[in-house]
Design a protein. Structure first.
Length: 221
């Protein structure tokens, strides 16, 4: 039977979480909001609207949300030509592809941002499909991005593993009925990932690649 390895991208395969934190912090600052970076970091991985609501609350001027999101995109876009893939991220995807896995990305990125992430990964030859923000109505922690990835792969939840770096990833994967693997390279503590549903946690893609034989992926033969 076929198997699917579904991957988040930001913070999981490409080292971008703290770039997003900086861009959001500056977007908030320019709009007159003082939001601490640690709070922004904990919210990274949510869709823009949910992130803004989590950090500014429901009583904010919601008509300014679009301006904040646009400012974040413009600020983050300055990094597109130098986004760094995490160690062995491309090798991990190619190894799984070579072993017969369908490798699918499930990311909130789209358009030029997604293109920049894929250039950084340099592993298009190993990627079967991508479920982007344009393909779903609700982002993580909704299960919809993972469910869309499974649909693209043509693989049932019981034959899939989802790898991510945030609490929102683990919740989305768990709600979609797949086994979840967490990585620490996004900066979220191990206990938080495990508490949100991670079956196992690794340092980064290189650690997962070196540990495949003993990982949850090995259970799907």
């Amino acid at each position: 039977m076929e198997r699917a390895a579904v991957f988040d991208v930001d913070g999981t395969l490409v080292d971008t979480n703290h770039l997003h934190v900086t861009a959001w912090w500056e977007a908030f600052r320019q709009a007159g909001h003082q939001v601490p970076m640690h709070a922004v970091h904990r919210a990274v991985g949510l869709p823009s609207g949910d992130l803004i609501e989590r950090l500014l609350g429901e009583d904010r001027d919601k008509e300014r949300d679009g301006d904040l999101s646009t400012a974040h995109k413009a600020l983050y876009g300055q990094f597109f030509d130098r986004l760094p893939a995490l160690r062995d991220a491309g090798n991990l995807l190619r190894r799984l592809h070579g072993d017969g896995w369908k490798v699918v990305l499930a990311t909130s990125a789209s358009g030029p941002e997604l293109s920049a992430l894929r250039r950084a990964l340099d592993a298009d030859d190993a990627i079967t499909a991508t479920a982007s923000a344009e393909d779903v109505e609700a982002g993580k922690p909704s299960p919809e991005p993972v469910q869309q990835a499974l649909e693209l792969a043509g693989v049932p939840a019981g034959r899939a593993v989802f790898v991510g770096d945030t609490v929102w990833d683990m919740k989305a994967g768990s709600r979609a009925g797949v086994r979840c693997v967490g990585v620490l390279c996004g900066g979220i503590p191990r206990a938080d990932l495990e508490g949100a549903g991670a079956d196992a946690v690794y340092d980064d893609p290189a650690h997962l690649l070196a540990s495949l034989a003993d990982s949850p992926l090995a259970a799907l033969t």
